[in-house]
Design a protein around this ligand. Structure first.
Ligand code: NAD
Length: 487
């Protein structure tokens, strides 16, 4: 890789306070968390580390705002969410640059993240009227109908890997359904969520969208365990998802979980090899978020007849990726988002080396500043190796081979995860049979990791509960009530 050129930018780090009830507030106990630029390793700001009493205050304010917001009706709410989307689009460049600095993700992708979040707000504003109820079978002397009503306060907890996209995109459905939201961004990259709060305060009534910052085990846990929060939506890792589910049991809180993956890509022998290799690199999301993507196709099963050709094509493409300062237009791969994660990914690579993996490309730590790691292509693997089984959440691709289709489907399914899977073949029958047999909530046929707005997304097995991104997500922020009228 070329040497990292640190780019002097004019990005200003904006608000470093939480936004609750239309006001900027600090954590009562005064604790702060540092925001570190993973490219330069410099501290660029700090955010409050909210305690349970700060979470209490945010939930109380949200609860008060929720009834007015819920009664406003879908049409007015939709109009305000569309207005929010326009204002976000107007600030695309500044928001994208803030995420580049805070999370190390390349600029082009962050621009798309911002406009994608605005599109999600438009989408949920558009389908908001579908929160209507229905009628139940009539009897002679009764009429029964159902209403879909908001929960009141929704807690939305998101991770660091798409800071603004998740902050703005993942509040769209609960707000459209008539709930007030308390959003908690990933503590490693919270700054753009605070910018979302600033923009939203110009459009939404106070208290409808509140942003608290802090650590998962304290701030996040206080939100999940709060008696006035009856609906929690969580995006993050499997271990944290388990903790959230356990805590939610206490209050019988409704929970959806969007969790991790170790996603298989099965390459059949009839493919156009360069095209399939390009799709594997795209679907790994190396060139957008350094492989820090839940949907990355990190386990590649390629048919033995084309394995050499495929690995050569894969290595050629990975080697061509431009790693460097994510603020530069030509950069495709930035650093990992924070120090502890960098150490974790390097640890996984060290384990792979110890277990005897062949490094067909990359995997070393480039000299100099920043949490960089060279994208890696590993071969010579067994299904039991840690690098094949565990989610790494970094730019590490494991390539394995197969000969028997039933066997490779069994191997692909032999994991606690079940988020996405991808099948590359020109054989329509083989593609549909594999799609049906794979244990994953989202299957691509000849996919590149691209998911159109509105396609339901969510994991099977340990990868999650419930679906985001479609009508089901919108409805999941409503509770159904049946009314029976005696005639
Ligand atoms: P993480 O679980 O450590 O943290 C995610 C969020 O949850 C953060 O805001 C964190 O503060 C909070 N949190 C942590 N423990 C908590 C607890 N006990 N109670 C309440 N909140 C808590 O995850 P991460 O490392 O930030 O993100 C990477 C993980 O997220 C990966 O496993 C990735 O696959 C997954 N992810 C999944 C999706 C999806 O849609 N399925 C999308 C993005 C990321």
């Amino acid at each position: 890789m070329s040497e990292t050129v640190l780019h002097a930018t004019s990005v200003t780090v904006p608000h470093q306070l939480m936004h609750v009830g239309g006001e900027w507030v600090d954590a009562g106990a005064g604790g702060r968390i540092e925001s570190v630029n993973p490219t330069s390793e410099e501290v660029i700001g700090t955010v409050p580390d909210a305690g349970a009493e700060d979470v209490d205050a945010a939930v109380a304010v949200a609860r008060e705002a929720a009834s007015g917001w819920g009664r406003l009706g879908w049409a007015k709410r939709g109009a305000l969410l569309r207005e929010l989307a326009r204002r976000i689009e107007d600030e695309t460049e500044a928001l994208a640059r803030l995420d580049v600095r805070d999370a190390g993700l390349p600029l082009a992708g962050m621009r798309t993240d911002v406009t994608g979040a605005a599109a999600t707000l438009d989408y949920y504003a558009g389908i908001a009227p579908q929160t209507g109820g229905g009628t139940a079978p009539a009897s002679e002397d009764t009429l029964s109908y159902t209403l879909r009503q908001p929960y009141g306060v929704v807690a939305r907890i998101v991770p660091f890997n798409h800071p603004f996209k998740f902050a703005a995109g993942k509040v769209a459905a609960p707000l459209a359904a008539g709930n007030a939201v308390v959003l908690k961004p990933g503590e490693q990259a919270s700054l753009s969520a605070l910018e979302l709060a600033r923009i939203a305060a110009e459009v939404l009534p106070p208290g409808v969208l509140n942003v608290v910052t802090g650590a998962g085990a304290t701030t996040g846990a206080a939100l999940v365990g709060h008696p006035d929060v009856h609906r929690v939506a969580f995006t993050g890792s499997v271990p944290s998802g388990r903790a959230v589910l356990r805590a939610a049991a206490e209050g019988i809180t409704h929970v959806t979980l969007e969790l991790g993956g170790k996603n298989p890509l099965i390459v059949f022998p009839d493919v156009d090899v360069p095209k399939a290799a390009a799709a594997a690199v795209a679907g790994m999301n190396i060139a957008r978020c350094t492989g820090q993507s839940c949907g990355s196709n990190s386990r590649i099963y390629v048919h033995a007849d084309i394995a050499d050709e495929f690995v050569a094509a894969l290595v050629e493409r990975v080697a061509a990726l431009r790693v460097g300062d994510p603020m530069l237009a030509e950069t495709q791969v930035g650093p990992l988002a924070f120090r502890a994660h960098h150490e974790r990914v390097l640890g996984h690579l060290e384990t792979a080396r110890r277990e005897g993996a062949t490094f067909a490309y990359g995997g070393s730590r480039p000299p100099g500043r920043g949490f960089f790691v060279e994208p890696a292509v590993l071969t010579g693997l067994d299904d039991d190796m840690a690098v094949v089984r565990e989610e790494i959440f970094g730019p590490v691709m494991s390539v394995l081979t197969w000969r028997d289709v039933d066997d490779v489907i069994r191997r692909a399914n032999d994991t606690p995860f079940g988020l996405t899977a991808n099948v590359w073949t020109r054989d329509v029958t083989a593609a549909h049979r594999a799609a049906a047999a794979l244990e994953a909530g989202y299957v691509y046929v000849n996919g590149t990791g691209r998911r159109p707005t509105g396609t339901p997304f969510g994991g099977w097995k340990s990868s999650g509960l419930g679906k985001d991104n479609g009508l089901e997500e919108l409805l999941s922020y409503t509770q159904e009530k049946t009314v029976t009228v005696t005639l």
